[in-house]
Design a protein around this ligand. Structure first.
Ligand code: LLP
Length: 404
């Protein structure tokens, strides 16, 4: 995404033309960026040779999943719907792991029927449930156990998952009990230890701590795990100031860990694959004067992009046409929804905007559309993919008539 002659472009395509043709708000993805991100992970972790299972929850668009499959990635799913979509995209079941604290009987049964690589269990009750279904089906099911390493990921509290007060995984004592239960089971095959401490992690240090805890518990359990699933969480540069996770440092920590442990590493990245691949194009409906700043009322809202309202997350907002006017303004960018949290950001010294101007909300490829809703009976926006400078419509705009 770069400005050419002050017009924002992706792969040489003028984004404002897309905005006019498909109307706003519209999600616009760059396939080149997705491929670049995948390649970046593959290159940095080459010596580790992980199985990369894309976290479908970040963006479950079928067109995107198909592209991810073409790049030989597997999938991390958390519901039967995600599992069905991953399979529909052609991802091999032998590259699919199933995470989540509340897998239902039906979901486990479906996953077992499809012979997926691993069901990563998160409680004793779940292990017993999987065993019961496996027994009924006269199958031996490969499972993992998710450890709660009680490690602070130093990220937003709402997206932190690896501390003891979080609902995810089991503590060390229960982990060891579960290892013994699975070892004795005739219907379960213990293959994996899994962890995931949170999302948008910007420093390698929480991962380093997590690996130390994992190392310790492996010794205590005296068991050879074929897989260690380290989850996802690799943070991206939302501020555009190079504040993203250093893959090199993280890979060094994993290499150290692998010296003591001979196992295959699994990654479950979501955001780091699709996060920076998309913009949400929006139009200024009105500008109204406020106290010390003006409100720029956009046609995109919290139902289209929940992250700012839900987590106070910041996404850069940039104009599709850059104008080097001297006069600068202070703006609060808001959506039209009747909630005070329907606000994206407050920016000082922004170029002076006019009603009907187009803007791009950046880095919305992960947890953008996947968290979108129909709140206020607003149809979900279309999703388009820019692929070799051509446009592919992945999803049309929902019709209002379908919502009524
Ligand atoms: N594996 C597991 C078990 C997870 O729970 C998650 C994310 C991932 C992998 C992928 O994490 P990633 O690489 O994308 O950080 N809606 C929030 C993020 C929630 C993440 C939930 N779990 C947001 O918009 O920031």
């Amino acid at each position: 995404m770069i400005y050419r002659k002050n017009k924002l472009t992706i792969d040489h395509l003028d984004i404002s033309k897309i905005a006019r043709k498909y109307k706003t708000p519209v999600y616009c993805y760059s396939l080149r960026k997705i491929k670049e991100n995948i390649q970046n992970i593959k290159t940095h972790f080459k010596n580790i040779n992980p199985l990369i299972c894309y976290a479908v929850k970040a963006n479950p668009n079928l067109g995107i999943l198909r592209e991810i499959k073409k790049n030989n990635l597997g999938a991390d799913v958390v519901s039967v719907g995600e599992l069905m979509k991953a399979l529909k995209a052609g991802i091999s079941p032998k590259k699919i792991v199933f995470s989540g604290v509340g897998k239902t009987f039906e979901e486990i049964e479906y996953a077992i029927n499809k012979n997926i690589l691993l069901i990563n269990a998160e409680s004793k009750s779940e292990i017993l449930q999987i065993e019961k279904i496996a027994k009924k089906k006269k199958k031996i099911v490969d499972v993992g156990i998710r450890l709660n390493p009680n490690t602070d990921a130093k990220t937003l509290s709402q997206i932190s998952t690896g501390k003891k007060e979080n609902k995810f995984g089991v503590n060390q004592k229960i982990f060891l009990q579960l290892v013994n239960i699975v070892k004795k089971s005739q219907s379960l095959n213990l293959k994996c230890l899994s962890v995931h401490i949170g999302s948008q992690i910007l420093s390698y240090k929480p991962y380093q701590k997590m690996l130390n805890v994992v190392n310790k518990i492996i010794k205590l359990s005296n068991y050879n795990f074929e897989y260690i699933d380290l989850g996802g969480g690799m943070g991206i540069d939302y501020n555009h100031d190079q504040s993203k996770l250093d893959f090199y440092k993280y890979s060094k920590e994993i290499k150290k860990f692998l010296k003591n442990n001979h196992c295959k590493i699994i990654f479950e990245p979501g955001r780091s694959i699709v996060g920076n691949s998309a913009i949400l194009i929006t139009k200024v409906i009105y500008i109204k004067e406020g106290f010390k700043k003006d409100f720029v009322i956009l046609d995109a809202a919290m139902n289209d992009l929940m992250r700012p309202a839900l987590y106070g997350a910041k996404h850069m907002i940039i104009p599709l046409s850059k104008i080097n006017r001297k006069s600068k303004k202070s703006y609060e960018f808001v959506g039209p929804i009747c909630e005070s949290t329907d606000t994206f950001s407050i920016v000082k010294n922004y170029q002076k905007l006019n009603e009907k101007d187009f803007l791009a909300i950046c880095d919305v490829g992960a947890y953008g559309v996947s968290l979108a809703s129909n709140y206020n009976i607003r149809p979900k926006p279309p999703e388009i993919l820019i692929k070799n400078s051509k446009i592919q419509v992945l999803n049309k705009r929902q019709k209002i008539s379908d919502l009524i």
